[in-house]
Design a protein around this ligand. Structure first.
Ligand code: COI
Length: 331
């Protein structure tokens, strides 16, 4: 039995090795390259393939795997919107993801960024670095004084809500598929428009599926409070970047934290410190005092990495053995 893993980073190797030690009958091989039509041949001879990448799993990639007789694909992450499900179905793929590797990792990052924005740590840190140790004008706001709107109450959104409750914030939430417990607590508003109208700060926790693309756009921003704070740790395509930049310019958005960005593929996970960042909008956002950019790292904790590797490898093995793992995708 052989599992081939793509896009393996150095920080994943220890988990991969320890999984292999616990499963000595399985042959494990890996590359740091991501899975594309050009790299598909590396998986030759494998029964299952494991991947983590932002690059799409298009028909060409899936056909390439199928030509090698490989029809088991296990993602190490949660998001599945980059899979060409039509092609996967036509080719008869078994697919799995890791839906719950560490919702806390992402929720914590979102709430840390929200508090950093409110306490204006970016301009304060910049002042301190220059030995300017005065207080004013870098005055903060308290999380507990905010009405925070959480859009999306899946595993991550619910963890974010728990953290917000700890801060003492007033939480309102919206989800097309409400959670029973939160419903009983009366946290939900009925429409997104209600949430937009009431929230001082908004944290996005919905997937980047077509119906959510540009959820934050010129029209929805107009419905939000002046000076709204927005945090996006979900998917870059949820926010229309041009609309967000215009809203930052006008003051409609007072502060913005993005861990994900519309144009991030090919830009994030690369060192641009010695060359020009080839995305002027991103460079503009990074330069602003009231914008926090992180390169899709909300998930990036030791706990999450361990779970991503272990759960995906175990799913890949289950598929190879003709079994259906718990995290198999129904599609
Ligand atoms: C996900 O799990 O979907 C993430 O956003 C993490 C990233 C490494 C792709």
């Amino acid at each position: 039995m052989k599992v081939f893993a793509y896009g393996i980073r150095d920080d994943e190797v220890p988990a991969l090795k320890s999984w292999q030690e616990e499963n000595p009958t399985v042959e494990v091989d890996y590359t740091n390259e991501v899975l594309t039509a050009d790299t598909v041949a590396l998986a030759k001879g494998a029964n299952s393939v494991v991947t983590l990448q932002l690059d799409p799993y298009g028909a060409d990639v899936l056909e390439g795997l199928a030509d090698l007789g490989i029809k088991n694909l296990s993602l190490r992450n949660v998001g599945t919107e980059t899979i060409d499900f039509e092609a996967a179905k036509r080719l008869g793929f078994n697919l799995s993801n890791v839906p719950v590797y560490s919702p806390n990792a992402i929720a914590e990052h979102a709430m840390i960024q929200l508090s950093r924005l409110l306490r204006r740590t970016k301009p304060m840190d910049a002042k301190v670095a220059k030995h300017d140790l005065r207080w004013a004008p870098t005055i903060g706001r308290e999380v507990r004084m905010q009405t925070v709107g959480v859009i999306g109450t899946g595993n991550i959104g619910r963890k974010a809500i728990n953290i917000l409750k700890g801060f003492g914030a007033k939480v309102i939430a919206y989800d097309k598929f409400p959670n029973k417990e939160l419903q009983e607590e009366g946290l939900y508003v009925d429409t997104l428009d209600e949430l937009f109208a009431q929230a001082d700060a908004i944290s996005l926790h919905v997937p980047g599926v077509p119906e959510n693309v540009h959820l934050v756009n010129e029209e929805s921003l107009a419905k939000m409070k002046d000076g709204v704070v927005i945090v996006n740790t979900s998917r870059g395509n949820l926010i229309d970047t041009d609309a967000a930049i215009a809203a930052l310019d006008s003051g409609k958005i007072s502060d913005l934290a993005l861990d994900v960005y519309e144009g991030e593929v090919g830009i994030f996970e690369h060192d641009w410190s010695h060359e020009k960042l080839p995305d002027e909008k991103l460079a503009d956002l990074i330069a602003r005092d009231n914008v926090l950019i992180t390169p899709h790292v909300a998930f990036y904790t030791t706990k999450a990495i361990h779970e991503m590797v272990y759960q995906s490898m175990s799913a890949a093995l289950a598929f190879a053995n003709g079994q259906t793992p718990d995290n198999a995708l129904e599609y």
